[in-house]
Write a protein that binds this ligand. Structure first.
Ligand SMILES: Cc1cc2nc3c(=O)[nH]c(=O)nc-3n(C[C@H](O)[C@H](O)[C@H](O)COP(=O)(O)OP(=O)(O)OC[C@H]3O[C@@H](n4cnc5c(N)ncnc54)[C@H](O)[C@@H]3O)c2cc1C
Length: 383
């Protein structure tokens, strides 16, 4: 039986996320983008409201929700501000969910609990200057020394690294075998000696998010910080983390697209030219009808991936399809929304130009659109 409607519990949650996003995030979005700085007080409020612990069991300090609820939150927050959206997404999908799935019981109590109860923020360090799409090209190492590991290397584009407390970082524990067998994942506290977080990398979009390079120089962590307690599982852990992360990024893209279209509708109902509103022209109406249809399609694909994950079914191809589709839609919609506002759409004063810049990254991070096609093609039994 297929039901495309949200039940009353999810509708209530959606309404709560929408209200918070409208009242607390949206008014800050422009200024945060201009200043290229996240408002940490607003983030704290989100943490206190339980937004950073949505899909985690109450037993670990979480809200006891599901992936679908998290996706609804991601859409609403990203409608208002995509930078805040990615901050939530990296913390939830890439860092905390990965600890939940692969951590030992002790690691969940020590590392997941503070992430889920809103007292700490997490980040995920996989990408390196010379290892992006090709994760197996990673060079960061973790060498066992007694009951410690010593981590050396450089990660780049680590979202949240400017203010995160917990770093989930990937390093080679065995360089003599390919990375998919020799990589391991480590839980590292921000204050561990030897970690240097560079200033944020200046960027085209999601400018309020924190995104920096992180240098690890003789960073010593106890052996108990090896995620899951077993060496050599890092590559698999990273791939699984990204599968889940893509659902969050698809929801971010849906949010950006819907947020931009809502802004364009509001503007075009008021803006008069040739004695009529722009919204009254059939060109506007037909184009907007097309865009809303595409956004709905992307949203349904995102929900399908979230529900499959909630049900414990295979979801990696659904997640890749949702991200591929939603990121493409977000780019089309935001570009058209700038056009709907004419010259004002191009002006920094109006939100649609920020949304157009923010949309681009959804085609790049957590696997580019080309990588999404590799995942999808891999499921087609073409060989
Ligand atoms: C703002 C931002 C935030 C990020 N956050 C994080 C984070 O929190 N943690 C983290 O670990 N990483 C993060 N990343 C890194 C991100 O995931 C990578 O940038 C992305 O995976 C692409 O890697 P790359 O930049 O090295 O591009 P490359 O891999 O060099 O790719 C360049 C181009 O070539 C294409 N390409 C590559 N290989 C193939 C192929 N085999 N066939 C066809 N085309 C191909 C790509 O699709 C792309 O278009 C972030 C990046 C950015 C920009």
């Amino acid at each position: 039986m297929i039901d495309f409607n949200l039940d009353s519990e999810h509708k209530e949650l959606q309404e709560m996320y929408r209200k918070f996003a409208e009242e607390r995030v949206k008014p800050l979005a422009h200024e945060m983008d201009e200043q290229e700085k996240m408002n940490l007080e607003m983030l704290k409020e989100m943490q206190e409201c339980g937004f950073f612990g949505i899909p985690f069991p109450e037993a670990y300090g979480g809200a006891g929700g599901d992936v679908l609820s998290y996706v609804l939150c991601m859409e609403e927050i990203s409608k208002a501000d995509a930078s805040t959206g990615v901050t939530l997404s990296v913390h939830t999908s890439l860092c905390a969910s990965t600890i939940q799935e692969f951590g030992t019981e002790e690691q969940k109590q020590k590392w997941l609990r503070p992430l889920a109860d809103g007292s700490k923020i997490g980040c995920f360090g996989l990408t390196e200057p010379n290892a992006g799409s090709d994760v197996a090209g990673a060079r960061t190492t973790a060498v066992k020394d007694g009951d410690e590991y010593v981590i050396n290397g450089e990660k780049i584009f680590t979202t949240n690294s400017g203010f995160a407390d917990t770093f989930l970082v990937f390093a080679l524990t065995d360089k003599s075998v390919p990375a998919h067998k020799g990589m391991s994942a480590f839980l590292v506290d921000r204050n561990t000696p030897g970690i240097t977080v560079t200033p944020d990398i200046p960027r085209m979009g999601i400018r309020a998010a924190s995104n920096a390079a992180v240098v690890y120089e003789d960073v010593r962590v106890p052996a108990e910080n090896l995620l899951g307690g077993v060496e050599g599982k890092g590559f698999k852990i990273a791939m699984k983390a990204l599968d889940g992360g893509r659902i969050g990024i698809a929801a971010q893209a849906v949010g950006i697209a819907q947020g931009a279209l809502n802004e364009a509708i509001k503007y075009d109902k008021e803006r008069m030219q040739f004695g009529k509103t722009i919204a009254s022209f059939q060109n506007t109406q037909f184009k907007m009808a097309d865009l809303q249809t595409k956004i709905d399609a992307a949203r349904l694909m995102t929900w399908r991936a979230a529900v499959a994950k909630d049900r414990g079914e295979a979801y990696n191809v659904y997640a890749a399809m949702a991200k591929l589709m939603a990121s493409d839609v977000a780019n089309q919609v935001t570009r058209d929304c700038v056009q709907f506002l004419g010259g004002y759409g191009f002006a920094r004063e109006y939100a649609v130009e920020r949304m157009m810049r923010d949309a681009k990254i959804t085609e790049i991070y957590e696997g580019t659109s080309e990588v999404m096609k590799m995942v999808i093609a891999g499921s087609l039994n073409l060989k």
